[in-house]
Design a protein around this ligand. Structure first.
Ligand SMILES: Nc1ncnc2c1ncn2[C@@H]1O[C@H](COP(=O)(O)OP(=O)(O)OP(=O)(O)O)[C@@H](O)[C@H]1O
Ligand SMILES: [Mg+2]
Length: 455
């Protein structure tokens, strides 16, 4: 609340003048009214606090107070009364007045009263805002990134969350945000108040995973000395996140498929069909098509899962998101480490944008965390990012010379063109992508007579 607005209502011009004069010195924005009608009109313009005279030429303060509270219950009203009757004051408080002051009043006292009242509302608003953000720890806004791809993904996640879709498939390399996207889908949906359960398919042996998911009856297997409800049952109404679905063994894949199609399952060793309503979000960093071709993943399950696929692109395909992600993590670690780092230098940022990030956002987060721990100055410099500061990325070691040889000049030209295109002809960034400096890239632009194509 910058510069709160105070409305002074009194039919005596001198009183209005002394109050507005004094309060504007305190930095408030002031409005004035001499009648009840005028007061109500001003109030509709949006007012934080009203100093309201009890006796007005066209009505009494209590009636005005009541109408103001109807329009905006958050308005604070302090009643000014020259006829100090306890009855009026009590009635005013009942109608929702914050306080009352007897005329003649002391200006300093009024200033204090106004200050305190506004502080109370400020706190109240802060608490409200805080509650709102805490209730929404995984709103779509938690997904950072302004690239077209991420803007589209945010919109898609929101849509999927609100849809009745019972199955979603998240794909993407490690660290691209699949876990995060799953939580966003859950918490943005009307299932938010119900459980979100997460199970990693590769973490458990087959039999255990099966009984974890579907539960088991007493005596179903040695050691099953009592009935147990599975994850699907205890998540009824909510969302089950099946991570690393590509690793699920074929026998369980069949059972999962049956559940996805019929919404019912049997506990291990059980005979009755149990029906539950859960949304299944499956995730994998493998290419399921390949797994299907290799015979490791059931084709029918793949098609069932693939009805609603969401692919999270690797970070290297959206280096445009890097500045926003970096500043998001700088803020987060400033809070965590109680530091006041301003951000990264231009040079460091262009290096970060040029690096390939094989570990994607997770690797970037870790890199920023490390940099924030080590930094001495007020900004993060290339020195704090050794991984991205190595002139050459790991890719270089992976380029094998083809047996028929290669045209080095042509390769160089092609790489320079790609770097320029990817950086939108930003020479500093293009140079960073190639591990060279700006002069070196300028030299190559001249050498190959490169020109930016204008469309
Ligand atoms: N777009 C994003 N905005 C903000 N944070 C992100 C984003 N993408 C990922 N993260 C963060 O990066 C980290 C890794 O993401 P997450 O665990 O969701 O990846 P994953 O795809 O599930 O990886 P894995 O396949 O290894 O399980 C988390 O801390 C997550 O909050
Ligand atoms: Mg994950």
């Amino acid at each position: 609340m910058d510069n709160p607005t105070v409305l002074v209502v009194d039919d005596e011009q001198l009183i209005r003048w002394s109050l507005t004069e004094r309060l504007s010195q305190e930095g408030y924005r002031l409005l004035e009214a001499g009648t009840a009608a005028e007061a109500l009109a001003r109030h509709r313009e949006g007012v934080d606090l009203v100093l309201l005279d009890y006796r007005l030429p066209d009505g009494d303060g209590l009636a005005v107070l009541k109408q103001m509270k109807e329009v905006d219950p958050d308005t604070i009203v302090i009643l000014l009364t020259g006829h100090a009757s306890v009855g009026n004051a009590v009635e005013a408080m009942k109608q929702g007045a914050y306080h009352y002051a007897n005329k003649p009043f002391d200006l300093d006292e009024i200033v204090l009263l106004v200050e305190r009242a506004l502080e109370t509302t400020r706190l109240r608003r802060e608490v409200k805002a805080l509650r709102a953000t805490q209730a929404q720890p995984y709103g779509v806004a938690r997904i950072v990134g302004e690239s077209d791809a991420m803007v589209a993904i945010r919109a898609l996640l929101q849509k999927v969350a609100a849809s009745p879709a019972s199955t979603v498939l998240l794909t993407g390399e490690s660290g691209t945000g699949k876990d995060l996207a799953a939580k966003v889908i859950h918490y943005a949906s009307d299932r938010a108040a119900k459980p979100f359960m997460n199970i990693t398919c590769s973490a458990l042996p087959e039999a255990l995973l099966e009984s974890e998911l579907f539960g088991h009856e007493r005596g179903a297997f040695t050691g099953a000395d009592r009935q147990k409800r599975g994850l699907l049952e205890s998540t009824d109404g909510g969302t089950v996140y099946l991570d690393e679905i590509g690793e699920m063994v074929p026998g369980l894949q069949a059972k999962l498929l049956r559940f996805l199609e019929e919404k019912t399952f049997k506990r291990v060793g059980g005979a009755v069909d149990i029906r539950v309503d859960v949304r299944v979000i499956a995730a994998t960093n493998r290419t399921l098509e390949d797994e299907v071709k290799q015979g490791r993943f059931r084709e029918d399950l793949y098609y069932r899962l693939n009805v609603l696929p969401i692919r999270l692109p690797p970070l290297r395909e959206r280096s445009k998101d890097i500045p926003a992600l970096v500043s998001y993590y700088v803020d987060a670690y400033n809070r965590e480490f109680k530091k006041r780092i301003k951000g990264v230098t231009t040079e460091a940022l262009s290096r970060l944008q040029g690096y390939r990030w094989p570990g994607n956002v997770r690797e970037l987060r870790n890199a920023v965390e490390r940099a924030m721990l080590l930094v001495e100055g007020s900004e993060l410099t290339p020195a704090e990012f050794p991984v991205a500061s190595g002139a050459l990325s790991p890719l270089t070691e992976g380029v094998a010379l083809p047996s028929e040889g290669i045209d080095l000049e042509q390769l160089e030209r092609s790489l320079v063109v790609q770097a320029l295109e990817r950086s939108g002809w930003n020479q500093t960034r293009a140079a960073a992508l190639l591990g060279i400096n700006r002069d070196q890239i300028r030299y190559r632009i001249e050498k190959f007579k490169l020109e930016r194509l204008t469309t």
